[in-house]
Every structure is written in structure tokens, then in C-alpha cells.
Design a protein around this ligand. Structure first.
Ligand SMILES: [Zn+2]
Length: 390
């Protein structure tokens, strides 16, 4: 009975959402149609930038990277005023209304018109033993700005993992270095659990920085780059076992192409439903510092829209492919209303002003559990002051 009611409710919701979106689409008019059509093309085509290291099947020829109709946003975006411009705000995380723009609408339209509805945020009983509720994310609003003149700097180790598996025989030193064995990974998660750490996501970090939302006493963020198959097969079950939330950065086109060694969309959707966080690692993993503006937009907006269609929420964070970025990359991320980005640089303190250059803690094949504990607290005590006032 409850299931039937749920199905009816969901069907009614889909119908209602569809009507709303149709009304919205007709109201917004030609501009949105253009943006939406462009987004659809972007999602449907691609493959030109598939990295050489990945054995991807041949893809359709594409004449050129389509140009996305971005509004001519000045470099100082209204959506994200600088801290000095911002009066003290109430404790509520409700941001002031802002002129955020067609991009957001385009993403919403894509979500609504996707081939399948947004994934209900329900934990499947058969899939997990621990109930994780995804953090509140379905917002088209920009990141709230800091409450004070100065932003709030917080220490939260962001752990960086790649492969969670034994490297295959004959692997080169890079592959070995990027691989943490499932046994070691389990030991590290046990360490976090036994020492009172609480995994959170990047959204929680952002809101804590700008609104001084309360973080758990020993927060940590667990990230996985590239979307390898072993993230689903090895990392996901261990995270579930400990009731931990991880953040997975996905190269969307490699998933679209069903590339060997990578997760499928079904796996990613299952992890998302179970409370794991899915964010962007671009469409094709290029060096963004060598790309044209159009190509960067294709990579960052395209991956965002694809992930939103599959998870039901809007990604907010980028993991720079190969850790490469420059001022233009950051400017475009701001235009697209990303809330932050993580690098491969080493560090544990994070603030509003450096939100597109957040540092991480690299966990290596050789990292011992003693080193692991040390790295979590590498820049002083968890309750100390930041190294500088910046
Ligand atoms: Zn990567």
C-alpha cells in the first residue's frame, strides 16, 4: 500500500514538474531554448578530448565544440560579492536574491527534460546497512557570502584517493603510487572511526566557512578522483560499513562511453542514492590551462549538466584534471556558479577567498597508518588557530 501510494505520489510529482517546466520554458523564451538546445548537443556529442591514456571506443566526429550562450558576466560576479562588500547577514543561510542567471535555468531545464526523472533520494534497503542522507543540495542559489568582513578559515583535511585496489602486475611507479590497497583503506577508515573523525562533504565545508555553520568536532572529507571501477567495488562498501560519506569526482564522458575500468552510471546513481557525493572532474580530463574558453565551458558546464541529470542535484565542486588550472579557469568556474574546487596541492586549511584552490592530503600506496594519523593533523592541532590571518 505504501509502495503504491509512493508510486502515485512520484508520478504526480513528475507530471507536476513537467507542467511547471513547460510553463517555465515557454516563459523564458528563445534564449533558454537556445541554451537548452546547446546543452543537449553538448551532452549528446563529444569524445574529442578523450585522454590518450584511456582506451575509449571510437566516437562520432564532431565538427567543433559548440559555443555556449553564456551571458557576458563581468569578472566580478554579482552572485558572489567579495566579503568586504557584504554586510553582516543573519544566521540563516538564506542568501539575498541575486541575478543568477540563465546558466542555472539551463541546468534546471536539463534536469527536468532528462531521459529519466531525478533520482529519488531514498536509501535502498537492500543496498546499504547504514542510512546516509545526502546533504541538502538541490539549490540553484549561489554560495552565501561570509557573514563578516573577513572570511572564516577552517581546518578540514580533504583526503585524496585515486585507486582503491592492488596495482596490477607490471604497473609503473605512478599507478602504484596512486593505488591504496583495500586492506589499507579499511585500516584508514577504521582509524578515522576510532579517533572520532566525522566525514562531511564540500558543501558542508562551504556553509561552515560562509555562515559559520557548525562542523563536527573532527571533520574530514574523503575524496576519490577519476571514477574508477574500484571506487564502487572496493571503496563504496567500506564507506557504507562505517557510515561514511565520500566524494567522487567523475569524468562524465568516460562514463558515457562505458570505458573499461570506470564505473557505470548505474553504479554512480546507486552510490548517490546511498548518500555518497558525486561532483565534477570535467567531461574528458584535459589540461584546462591549454583549452580555449569555449572548450573550458564545454568541460565544466557539460559535466555539471550530465551529473545533475543522473544524480538529481547540481554539482558544486570541481576537481581540476591533473591539478591544472589558472586564473581563467577560476573565472569561468565563478561564472558557472561552482562553489569551489580542489587541487592536488598539500594542505588542510580552507577559506572563502581560496575556495577555488582548496588543498588536499594525498594518501599514497606507501602511506602507513602512523603517517596517515600525522597527515590528518599536519598543520597544527585541530582546535588551534590558522597559520595566518589571511
Ligand atoms: Zn584525475
Amino acid at each position: 500500500m505504501a509502495i503504491l501510494a509512493g508510486v502515485m505520489y512520484f508520478t504526480a510529482w513528475v507530471l507536476r514538474a513537467t507542467k511547471v517546466s513547460m510553463r517555465a520554458l515557454s516563459g523564458i523564451g528563445v534564449l533558454l531554448s537556445i541554451i537548452f538546445a546547446t546543452g543537449t548537443v553538448l551532452t549528446a556529442c563529444g569524445g574529442q578530448h578523450t585522454p590518450e591514456s584511456v582506451a575509449a571506443p571510437p566516437v562520432q566526429e564532431v565538427e567543433a565544440v559548440p559555443t555556449v550562450s553564456l551571458p557576458a558576466t563581468p569578472s566580478t560576479s554579482k552572485a558572489l560579492p567579495t566579503p568586504a562588500d557584504t554586510p553582516v547577514q543573519p544566521a540563516s543561510p538564506t542568501p539575498p536574491p541575486t541575478a543568477t542567471i540563465d546558466l542555472t535555468v539551463a541546468v534546471q531545464a536539463t534536469q527536468t527534460a532528462a531521459a529519466f526523472p531525478p533520482t529519488p533520494l531514498i536509501v535502498g534497503e537492500e543496498q546499504s546497512t547504514v542510512e546516509l542522507i545526502p546533504s541538502e543540495t538541490a539549490t540553484s542559489e549561489p554560495l552565501p557570502t561570509p557573514m563578516d568582513i573577513y572570511s572564516w578559515t577552517l581546518k578540514v583535511p580533504i583526503l585524496m584517493y585515486h585507486y582503491i585496489s592492488e596495482p596490477p602486475p607490471g604497473s609503473d611507479i605512478y599507478r602504484v603510487d596512486l593505488s591504496v590497497s583495500p586492506d589499507d583503506f579499511r585500516q584508514q577508515m577504521a582509524f578515522l572511526s576510532e579517533n572520532g573523525y566525522t566525514p562531511v562533504d564540500l558543501n558542508t565545508l562551504s556553509l561552515a566557512i560562509v555562515n559559520r555553520a557548525t562542523l563536527p568536532e573532527k571533520p574530514v572529507i574523503i575524496t576519490f578522483d577519476d571514477g574508477y571501477l574500484d571506487a564502487y567495488e572496493n571503496a563504496f562498501p567500506i564507506l557504507q560499513e562505517y557510515g561514511f560519506e565520500g566524494t567522487f569526482f567523475i569524468i562524465t564522458e568516460l562514463i558515457d562511453l562505458k570505458s573499461e575500468g570506470y564505473m557505470s552510471w548505474e553504479m554512480i546513481e546507486e552510490m548517490s542514492r546511498a548518500g555518497q557525493r558525486i561532483e565534477s572532474h570535467s567531461k574528458t580530463h584535459p589540461d584546462l590551462t591549454l583549452q580555449s574558453r569555449d572548450s573550458i565551458i564545454y568541460e565544466l558546464l557539460g559535466s555539471l549538466e550530465t551529473l545533475a541529470a543522473h544524480t538529481g542535484y547540481r554539482p558544486r565542486y570541481l576537481c581540476y584534471p591533473a591539478g591544472r588550472y589558472n586564473d581563467e579557469t577560476i573565472a569561468i568556474l565563478k561564472e558557472l556558479d561552482y562553489w569551489g574546487a580542489v587541487t592536488t596541492m598539500n594542505g588542510t586549511w580552507h577559506g572563502f577567498d581560496d575556495r577555488f584552490e582548496w588543498r588536499r592530503v594525498r594518501i599514497r600506496n606507501t602511506t602507513s597508518i602512523t603517517e596517515f594519523g600525522y597527515m590528518l593533523d599536519m598543520e597544527g592541532t585541530l582546535h588551534g588557530k590558522p597559520p595566518s590571518d589571511g
